[in-house]
Design a protein around this ligand. Structure first.
Ligand code: DGT
Ligand code: CA
Ligand code: CA
Ligand code: ZN
Length: 584
């Protein structure tokens, strides 16, 4: 697959630049581009042929030229010229966090290690600690990083896997001879990352499905295994898809089984056994007689096990079977409960669309309100709002409100929590916003005590209403910063502030388990798409999914609240800007 080759090319260029100690900005640009190419679901050759390389996020004219050179000639003159200056193996080693160019060179020279796998072996054998300046601790942390890299390259963020799965399922459904098609596995459970995609199909036989895959998809799949009940193929981006073929009569049992999770299935099987029943992908059977008692639908399987039907998002063996048995499953939040979005950006900071376009798009989604939350200036790189821009933005919003009423635009702000813990604007300016939300993007490597103190200070500020993406993690890229989640939860609860569930596909922050913990403590949540474009508003469904996986009920989520209750929440101070949410 050329996409993977282009990713490797860009990563190697980044490393070569690093070895040459080029500017971190250029290095990062190549790394970013590599990451974005790895997420493409389309063949990059087609993008190149259409002259659209520069539409890939992070790919500008210079990087596009390198990709074009590679796709045309099969090699990269640019990389080759740099390679002459560094031994080949050293490049790969520099990808590993904790192994800078200097270390990579030393490890290569003294251990003749050329690949990450070889370096991992060297770590396990305790050979790294014998080198100058490297101890047991470094050796262990490097080994951990190598293992993390391997894990990261395997799992796909849900936000990438989902559109691919949806394209596959809708193409299959449209093909004659296919009776039913549905996603299964971790995608159907909306898990934040996905190992492989699973698709379930009801059809007479696998030949029809094979035919549908070869002729009915918008891309050409690379089929790697094909049998009577299972076909495995690689989609663009080398993402593996397992397609199971079942007869319609056992659809429910198969859907239940292949949705998983494995742990949930084990819990169900035990419950079945306790009732003299056997559960597998063909149905639910009486052990004694072998006769089938359920299997056509998922609902009848759960019902026959004396359980309410369990939403796939909860199927992780995390208390859902007990809750379903006792009739205590929560009525989970649903997309249709969401009345608006609390986090969006416009061209006033780093967004791509103007306020009007964003607001109209939100209105078209059926929302009642949209909070515009551009960055404060503290986040230098995104051209935050200065006071003059702020005034213009406020005017523009006021004018648009009249046009779009009863739709509401909240003039919000994504306020930077500075390294010192101070907020980016003084209270008199903050008092002018309809809603103040705070984020920590800078000085993220501080020790836990300091980060936690900054978060607590923001939560305690009387004008701050929401703490955005509280953990700071980026899926597959950046772990959460060091902080004490329980203290943050306690502060949010005590001050009556909301924690965000950010739906931006690499964030999903708070993550499901943390959000569940916070929800159990009585914290309320705001859901935000963090849209930087009109399409970005669609990330709300991922935020909803996280909320569902966190067992959240609608009343725990601000986005569902009626206007008067919401107005009271965002303006427990006197509203400086009348008009917000019906308070005209
Ligand atoms: P992933 O792909 O790592 O994101 O996670 P899943 O949950 O999609 O796992 P996968 O693709 O290996 O299998 C899909 C589902 O099939 C899984 O959630 C449960 C079911 N399944 C697969 N293998 C087994 C098994 O050995 N035992 C049981 N009980 N269920 C299995
Ligand atoms: Ca899977
Ligand atoms: Ca699978
Ligand atoms: Zn934002």
């Amino acid at each position: 697959m050329p996409n993977a080759d282009v990713v490797a090319l860009l990563e190697n260029i980044a490393s070569a630049l690093e070895l040459k100690q080029e500017s971190p900005f250029r290095i990062r640009a190549y790394q970013e581009a590599a990451r974005n190419v790895s997420f493409l679901t389309e063949d990059i050759r087609q993008i190149f042929a259409a002259g659209k390389l520069q539409e890939i996020p992070g790919v500008g004219p210079s990087i596009a030229a390198k990709i074009a050179d590679y796709l045309t000639t099969g090699t990269s003159a640019y990389l080759d010229s740099m390679r002459l200056e560094a031994p080949p193996g050293v490049l790969e080693l520099t990808h590993i966090p904790g192994v800078g160019p200097r270390r990579a060179r030393m490890i290569y020279d003294s251990l003749h290690v050329q690949t990450a796998t070889e370096l991992a072996d060297a770590c396990r054998q305790g050979r790294l600690r014998t080198l100058k300046g490297l101890g047991e601790t470094t050796e262990a942390s490097i080994l951990k990083e190598i293992e993390r890299l391997a894990e990261r390259s395997r799992r796909i963020p849900l936000g990438m896997a989902l559109p691919l799965a949806e394209r596959i399922v809708s193409s299959l459904r449209a093909f004659s001879g296919i009776e039913l098609a549905e996603t299964a596995g971790s995608v159907r459970r909306w898990k934040e990352t996905v190992g492989d995609l699973d698709v379930l199909v009801a059809a007479e036989d696998a030949a029809i499905v094979q035919d549908a895959l070869v002729h009915g998809l918008p891309f050409s799949p690379e089929i790697i295994a094909s049998g009577p009940t299972k076909i495995t193929f690689l989609a663009p981006g080398a993402h593996q898809v397992d397609v199971r073929v079942v007869p319609k009569s056992s659809w429910g049992a198969a859907l239940q089984y292949f949705t998983g999770s494995k742990a949930h299935n084990i819990a169900l099987r035990e419950r079945a056994l306790a009732r003299g029943l056997k559960l597998n992908e063909y149905g639910l059977f009486e052990v004694d007689t072998g006769s089938r008692v359920a299997g056509r639908t998922e609902e009848e399987i759960y019902e026959r096990l004396d359980l309410a039907w369990i939403p796939p998002e909860l199927r992780e063996d995390a208390g859902e079977v007990e809750a379903a048995g006792a009739g205590r499953l929560p009525r989970l939040l649903e997309s249709s409960d969401v009345r608006g979005d609390f986090h969006s950006h416009t061209t006033y900071s780093d967004g791509e669309a103007g306020i009007e376009a964003m607001a109209r798009a939100a209105k078209a989604l059926g929302y009642e309100f949209l909070a515009i939350t551009d960055h404060s200036p503290g986040l230098g790189i995104t051209h935050g709002l200065d006071l003059a821009k702020l005034a213009r933005q406020r005017q523009e919003i006021a004018a648009l409100r009249l046009v779009l009423a009863p739709f509401e635009i909240l003039h919000g702000i994504e306020l930077e929590i500075r390294a010192s813990g101070e907020l980016d604007f003084p209270a008199d300016i903050l008092a002018g916003f309809d809603i103040v939300t705070a984020s920590l993007h800078v000085a993220t490597r501080q020790e836990s005590r300091r980060i936690t103190a900054r978060l607590l200070r923001a939560l305690a500020h009387p004008l701050v209403r929401i703490l955005n993406h509280p953990s700071g993690r980026l899926l597959g890229t950046r772990p959460p910063y060091a902080f004490d989640l329980d203290q943050v939860i306690e502060a949010a609860r005590q001050h009556g502030k909301a924690l965000e569930i950010n739906g931006s596909y690499l964030r999903l922050d708070l993550p499901d388990l943390s959000a569940r913990r916070a929800g159990d403590q009585g914290v309320v949540f705001s859901l935000g798409s963090d849209a930087h474009s009109i399409e970005g508003l669609g990330a709300m469904r991922l935020a909803v999914a996280v909320a569902r996986r966190a067992w959240l009920k609608p009343e725990q989520v601000l986005n569902t609240w009626p206007a008067d209750r919401l107005a009271a929440f965002i303006s427990s101070r006197q509203l400086a800007a009348p008009g917000a949410l019906g308070r005209r």
